[in-house]
Design a protein. Structure first.
Length: 415
């Protein structure tokens, strides 16, 4: 008896053939990994403490064309005002440019306050959306582990996981569609649904094809889901019904037991995750607030640009009339005005761009859409990781080291 135990202890957990198969699957999966160009959640926070942050501009607000377009527009306004002052004003000493600086200083306080509240609410909304997605994915992983531990037949587990993953993909597709132009939504949604269509008679066959997504539906199922307003939520009616069917068939403990309640609780957790994402996306700050904030940002930018233009025009007139030495003080005032009147509003505009990016965590899914992806939640990458975890758990459950899979319901004996 002792020798048998020692032999079991010396046996490897996986056979060489299983190890080779797992390596091949892992290589194929890594080659087909879904990566988004600007992943807003994957970065090394330690680099924020170094000067590398000044050169790592990919996926940041500084690469947005709209930001630099606004900066160029403000410079044009300042140049136009400077030329006007140079042509009209003959005595620059009589022109007091500090009056505009006082107006811009007053507006800057209000703009900073409004921007701070909007940025704070946008970040909280972004975290709420991400938390809902992760809650949904964790519930799906937990549901697979629960069913595998009870020894539910693999075909039933695969069917349940297929509906769960399709639900997660439907949620991602619908949220991306909401950020697109109306005329682009139908085409985008149609392409995504076409990728999920399958003709395999057995949905478990997809586990043998690592290059294919586990989110697969049949034509008949697609036709039924096309009639639904929100298939991502409604699919969980099928999932809970399938779990109850397993209980009725004796594959999992009956309804009055805590185990059945735990299994249904996992499905409820996934449903709550979907609801949390939906609520976070649908509830935006009131338009009356964000419109006033954006208007004040633009008005403040224009006033600062006019103030800098007047300072620039006066400095040029002084230099032209009295020479460079006499205009030294004017150059100093010009430099200070440049920082306060152009760099300051530019930073406010950048903060507004950041807040808008974070407030739209699902924008930029379509290449044809001119929307920044700087603050987008990398849902495709998260979905890929979910499918990879599902495949890994399926592989482990079908390749147990040295014991048979325990089952709540023993399989029928072969006749």
């Amino acid at each position: 008896m002792t020798s048998v135990v020692e032999d079991l202890e010396k046996q490897p957990l996986l056979s060489k053939e299983s190890e080779a198969d797992s390596e091949e699957v892992e290589e194929e999966l890594s080659e087909n990994a879904l990566e988004e160009p600007d992943d807003s959640m994957s970065y090394d926070a330690r680099k924020l403490l170094t000067f590398d942050v000044l050169t790592a501009l990919s996926g940041t607000v500084w690469t947005k064309a709209s930001l630099w377009k606004m900066m160029g527009l403000l410079i044009c306004v300042s140049s136009l005002v400077a030329c006007t002052v140079g042509l009209v004003v003959k005595h620059p000493g009589r022109l007091d440019t500090s009056k505009f600086a006082k107006i811009s200083g007053f507006l800057s306080v209000i703009v900073g306050l409004l921007l701070g509240f909007f940025l704070s609410s946008s970040v909280a909304r972004w975290y709420s959306c991400t938390k809902g997605f992760l809650e949904l994915f964790d519930a799906i992983r937990g549901l697979q582990m629960q069913l595998s531990a009870l020894g539910v037949p693999k075909a039933r587990i695969d069917l349940c996981m297929r509906y769960c993953i399709v639900s997660a993909n439907c949620l991602n597709i619908d949220l991306c569609c909401q950020t697109m132009q109306v005329d682009q939504r139908a085409e985008f949604k149609s392409k995504k649904w076409e990728k999920m269509l399958t003709k395999d008679k057995d949905s478990s066959q997809v586990y043998k094809k690592p290059n294919q997504s586990l989110a697969q539906i049949y034509q008949k199922e697609k036709e039924m889901m096309d009639t639904l307003d929100d298939p991502s939520q409604t699919l969980w009616v099928w999932v809970t019904s399938l779990i109850t069917r397993m209980s009725a068939d004796g594959e999992i403990p009956p309804m009055p037991t805590p185990t059945y309640g735990r299994t249904i609780a996992l499905a409820e957790k996934a449903y709550n995750g979907i609801r949390e994402v939906r609520a976070s996306v649908c509830v935006q700050p009131p338009y009356v607030y964000v419109q006033m904030m954006a208007m004040l940002v633009n008005v403040n930018n224009l006033i600062n640009a006019i103030s800098f233009g007047m300072t620039l025009g006066v400095a040029l007139i002084v230099i032209k009339q009295h020479g460079l030495k006499a205009g030294a003080k004017g150059l100093q005032d010009l430099l200070i005005s440049f920082v306060l009147s152009l760099v300051g509003p530019f930073l406010y505009q950048a903060l507004l761009e950041v807040a808008v990016c974070i407030a739209q965590p699902f924008a930029g899914a379509s290449d044809a859409e001119e929307v920044s992806t700087a603050g987008r939640i990398p849902t495709d990458k998260l979905l890929f990781q979910l499918e990879k975890d599902i495949r890994d758990a399926d592989f482990m459950s079908t390749n147990l080291p040295c014991w048979e899979q325990p089952r709540f319901k023993a399989p029928a004996a072969a006749k």
